[in-house]
Design a protein around this ligand. Sequence first.
Ligand code: 4NP
Length: 156
Amino acid sequence: MINVLFVCLGNICRSPMAEAIFRDLVKKEGLEQQIRVDSAGTGDWHIGAQPHEGTRNILKKYHIPADGMKARQINVNDFQEFKYIVAMDASNVQNIKKLNSDQSDTRVMMLLDLVEEATDKNVPDPYFTGNFEEVYELVKKGCEQLLKELRQAHNI
Ligand code: 4NP
């Protein structure tokens, strides 16, 4: 099983959006038995909360299931469990790396590093910008590229 964890700050806007979009792509390509998807936040403010209304609305608009999602905080065990930790921005990466004191072979990356045409590699935070549509378009491109690269890397 290839385990992929999307991470943002609050785990209510960007990373749950990425989790839902990526899971939908994985399902559409028939790879549910090979790829497991989750998301978490570096912060603890929203633990147990459902995704932000803006994220729920945009996922509904594009017919992407998002039932039963609840925010959680990333923890050290995630470095054992997840081979790929995919962050939304550079501050997430810094916070993730602070947590990881062991020598796990987890790959920590930024989603938009995979999107060549993205000039800014940070996914803007819609909690502050209010622009969930922009985030959807960026995250979708990143997720499509991530799946393509995982399929190549793992021969699936
Ligand atoms: P997210 O957005 O990291 O994309 O989930 C945020 C959600 C909540 C807060 C910040 C960012 N907050 O400060 O509570």
